[in-house]
Write a protein that binds this ligand. Structure first.
Ligand code: FES
Ligand SMILES: [Fe+2]
Length: 411
């Protein structure tokens, strides 16, 4: 059995641009009433993205998907997190593991996008691995190395993983603090959705989105834009009905807000109504609001009466992200005869909002590349963005301070 792999990227030498940006971060800390947005280059600079890979994506719990997408033994999906190819699989013991999908022979990637398997055989030279990543066959290798010796060194590395409310997370450096104690407020708020027991439709993947990964969280987390960008279709969840929370250690891993609907069982589609029956344990109050939450850095979810929709954000470059978009609902709801149509309506409904957000994200990313790109003060309705920046700056500074001799750069 492979050992859990601790595998952070090698530390980087900070270039002048990163050092200059680190020196400008103080203005983005603090309360919404006084903080500013991050410097524009934090969204557009490839050097800064390399820094973020190490400061954030290597050191935090990074979302990969939901257990509802791999309910049976042998179910799996593959993905890449900031360039690291992963195989997320439910083993014979029913445990979910996050394995490397890189074959230990010459490095060919294993597995299709998703599926069910008894084992993974590399198409290149036929090496095979079981669902736990143990090497089970390596044809024609005996002449140089007995199989038992090879097996000791050539199993697929298992990365450290955890599950919160059914969502699977991986941590590359092996040192992230436990996730659940840092999500207490959000866990309580979503308790009755029972997300760990919900089914997940197979996530849809959208690649080639030309904007920074932070925009994706920002756009989803701030209610300032909803009245303007989504004129007329967001009125059942008005920004005047938003409830913010204070960001603190009990919710260190999340930024979130609630929005009270104008009616029970609201839903993000053109009718403004949930299409499936409400999830069974929700109170009337809970059915009358949506919770928008970013589990930082790369999971966004919207929990409404009948479904939870979620985005797993997969950054590729400073201005390029891939999105995995999934919908969770009860297994009972999926057994309704018209479930396929209701699901289609649910996804198409969210897509209407998403199309408008996409245009805004593309145009804002372009704007932030300008010579005169803005660094703004926030509206009170962008409180979540000030909170998100506090989360980010804490990580940026912590990593920078760990780099000797560049520690002064973080101060
Ligand atoms: S690269 Fe996988 S068997 Fe050779
Ligand atoms: Fe939006």
């Amino acid at each position: 059995m492979a050992q859990v792999k601790r595998a952070a990227l090698p530390d980087m030498v900070l270039d002048d641009e990163v050092i200059s940006l680190l020196a400008q971060l103080d203005a983005s800390q603090g309360d919404v009433s006084q903080a500013m947005s991050l410097p524009p280059e934090c969204y557009t600079s490839e050097s800064w993205f390399e820094f973020e890979k190490r400061a954030v994506y290597d050191r935090e719990w990074v979302a990969v998907g939901h257990v509802g997408a791999i309910p049976d033994v042998g179910d799996y999906f593959t993905l890449e997190i900031v360039g690291e190819p992963l195989l997320v699989v439910r083993g014979k013991d029913s445990e979910v593991r996050v394995l490397s999908s890189v074959c230990r022979h010459r490095g060919h990637l294993l597995g299709e996008a998703s599926g069910n398997a008894r084992s993974f055989t590399c198409p290149f030279h036929g090496w095979s691995y079981d669902l736990e990543g143990t090497l089970t066959a390596a044809p024609e290798m005996d002449g140089t190395l007995p199989f038992e010796d090879l097996k000791r060194t050539a199993c697929l590395p298992t990365f450290r993983s955890t599950i919160w409310n059914g969502f699977i997370f991986v941590n590359f450096d092996g040192e992230a603090e436990a996730l659940a104690p840092r999500l207490q407020g959000l866990t309580k708020l979503l308790e009755n959705h029972r997300m760990e027991d919900l089914a997940s439709i197979k996530p849809v993947e959208w690649a080639g989105n030309p904007w920074n990964w932070k925009f994706m969280q920002e756009n989803a987390l701030e209610p300032y834009h909803t009245h303007y960008l989504h004129t007329g279709i967001h009125d059942f969840a008005p920004s005047s009905n938003v409830r913010f929370t204070e960001w603190n250690d009990q919710d260190d891993a999340a930024i979130y807000r609630e929005v009270q609907f104008t009616h029970i069982d609201g839903g993000f589609n053109i009718a403004g109504k949930a299409l499936f029956p409400a999830l069974p344990d929700l109170t009337e109050e809970e059915r009358s609001r949506v919770v928008f939450a970013g589990v930082m850095p790369n999971l966004f979810l919207g929990a409404q009466a009948d479904v939870v929709f979620y985005y797993v954000i997969l950054p590729q470059a400073a201005g390029d992200i891939t999105l995995r978009v999934g919908v969770l609902t009860s297994w009972d709801n999926l057994s309704i005869p018209t479930a396929d149509l209701l699901l289609k309506g649910t996804i198409d409904g969210v897509a209407v909002f998403n199309e408008q957000d996409t245009v805004a994200n593309i145009k804002t990313h372009k704007g932030l590349k300008s010579r005169v790109a803005p660094r703004t003060r926030w509206s009170p309705n962008e409180k979540t963005l000030a909170q998100m920046n506090n989360w980010l700056v804490k990580r940026y500074k912590r990593y920078a301070a760990s780099l000797v001799p560049h520690a002064e750069a973080a101060e």
